[in-house]
Design a protein around this ligand. Structure first.
Ligand SMILES: Nc1ncnc2c1ncn2[C@@H]1O[C@H](COP(=O)(O)OP(=O)(O)OP(=O)(O)O)[C@@H](O)[C@H]1O
Length: 342
């Protein structure tokens, strides 16, 4: 198995007068009641997870649940109170200020909701800016800036100023700027939430297209479960600083680990989320029917066929081998009824 790109272990961030001493006095595991009773703010509590190379981990939760603090702790933009953050196997909490700056300049890209473009610089200069800070010469940095501007679909606008661009275009400039240095890891804090719904969807498509080409390791914060479903490999749901559950969207919706996750995912419609594989019954080996459906198809796309078929519908894998069958009852249970938890 390949090594995690980012790993955090027992990560805590409390705000207050002496959070490290408070944690020590409470054996590194105070309850939320004790934390609040002693006047501390629980931003991140005992969080552990791995992000694998090329993975998109989405962090979700209500306002104040600790998402941004967690993300900033991973880049050590905020100093955690205790715990471990490993970046490519290196403990970044032990890194010197110089090493950290180097790491952020060369390995990490960040895009925030308010992307703070420099208003008196053109698109080209905004995108080239991080390279200028890094000391790259003008010719090289402009060549690289033009490359990423083209990548995000803004070719031809290099000479525009931010005020001459729409919100979506400005966000593309922010994305291009964060890509200019060729980071391995991308931290995205609600990158599309300031955009209207249509543009937002367009940007999600664009983002997925880019990710196919770039294959970065990504931690992505959003409030929006639809957005999370579209972009995530796995989703972490936070509440009061704790990760209540971390899993695929399918796992969260079909097997919520806590009442909070169940409530959070209650309105997600199963047909756009669940694959045939997740709801089929296993089948013994035989030649599949000619009208078999694909195991990785979403159940929305096969519902009509299954619901109007007198017999169970065969399910095949990529290679065309029979892997299961899907019945009308199985489909109805998946959509409206029984939990699918193993
Ligand atoms: N500098 C600070 N001092 C004290 N408390 C803070 C500070 N920064 C954040 N907090 C608190 O930590 C908790 C987590 O905040 P955080 O910004 O990480 O939440 P969030 O889930 O990202 O919220 P949002 O979705 O609104 O951005 C909140 O209760 C917040 O008030």
């Amino acid at each position: 198995m390949s090594e995690a790109k980012i790993a955090c272990r027992n990560l805590w961030k409390l705000y207050g007068s002496d959070p490290a001493g408070f944690l020590r006095r409470n054996h590194n595991n105070p309850s939320i009641e004790t934390i609040r009773a002693e006047g501390y703010v629980p931003a991140v509590r005992n969080v552990s997870f791995d992000v694998m190379p090329g993975e998109i981990l989405v962090v979700m939760g209500l306002s104040g649940s600790g998402k941004s603090t967690l993300l900033r702790c991973l880049a050590r933009l905020i100093e955690p109170t205790s715990g471990e953050v490993m970046f490519e196997g290196r403990d970044i909490l032990a890194a010197t200020e110089h090493e950290l700056i180097d790491l952020r300049r060369h390995k990490m890209g960040m895009v925030f909701q308010h992307f703070a473009l420099l208003p008196h610089r053109t698109v080209l200069d905004n995108v080239a800016f991080p390279l200028q800070v890094r000391g790259t010469d003008r010719q090289k940095r402009e060549r690289r800036a033009r490359e990423v501007i083209e990548l995000v679909g803004l070719k031809g606008r290099e000479g525009y100023y931010p005020r001459e661009l729409s919100g979506g275009q400005q966000q593309r400039v922010g994305i291009a700027r964060s890509l200019a240095v060729g980071p391995d890891v991308w931290f995205l804090d609600e990158p599309f939430s300031a955009l209207d719904p249509l543009i937002r969807r367009e940007m999600q498509d664009e983002f997925l297209r880019l990710q196919k080409v770039l294959n970065k390791t990504i931690v992505f914060i959003t409030h929006d479960f639809d957005e999370a479903i579209r972009v995530a490999d796995r989703i972490a749901i936070m509440k009061d600083g704790v990760v209540e559950q971390l899993g695929t969207a399918e796992e969260l919706v079909t097997c919520p680990a806590t009442p909070y996750v169940a409530e959070f995912t209650r309105n997600v419609s199963h047909d756009r989320l669940l694959s045939v594989r997740a709801v089929m019954a296993p089948a013994s080996s035989r030649k599949p029917d000619a009208a078999a459906v694909q195991a990785q198809a979403l159940i929305a796309s096969v519902a009509r066929q299954v619901l109007t078929s007198e017999r169970p519908v065969d399910v095949i894998d990529d290679a065309g081998a029979l892997v299961g069958t899907l019945t009308r009852d199985g489909l109805i249970d998946a959509l409206y009824g029984k939990e699918q938890c193993a």
